[in-house]
Design a protein. Structure first.
Length: 76
């Protein structure tokens, strides 16, 4: 499953980031690394950008970048 397809308000964990080094570095800089917990909070009206809760901060990520982040659902 990829980050651009997750359900709202459920927690997921990052498994892998499948992108070039420039985008990967930007995602690492905002704290998005393997094992990070993430939750979808908001979607833009166009649905092209979504805001995620990452390490107690809300971060907006474009769907084209989110489609490269592999995640798995956390079962509580």
């Amino acid at each position: 499953m990829y980050l651009n397809n997750i359900e709202k308000f459920k927690y997921y964990t990052v498994k892998n980031i499948n992108t070039d080094e420039v985008i990967k570095r930007r995602l690492y800089d905002i704290g998005l690394i393997n094992g990070t917990k993430i939750k979808l909070m908001y979607e833009s009206p166009s649905k092209k950008i979504k805001a995620y809760l990452i390490r107690n901060s809300i971060i907006a990520i474009r769907n084209k970048d989110a489609s490269l982040v592999e995640v798995s659902e956390i079962n509580d």
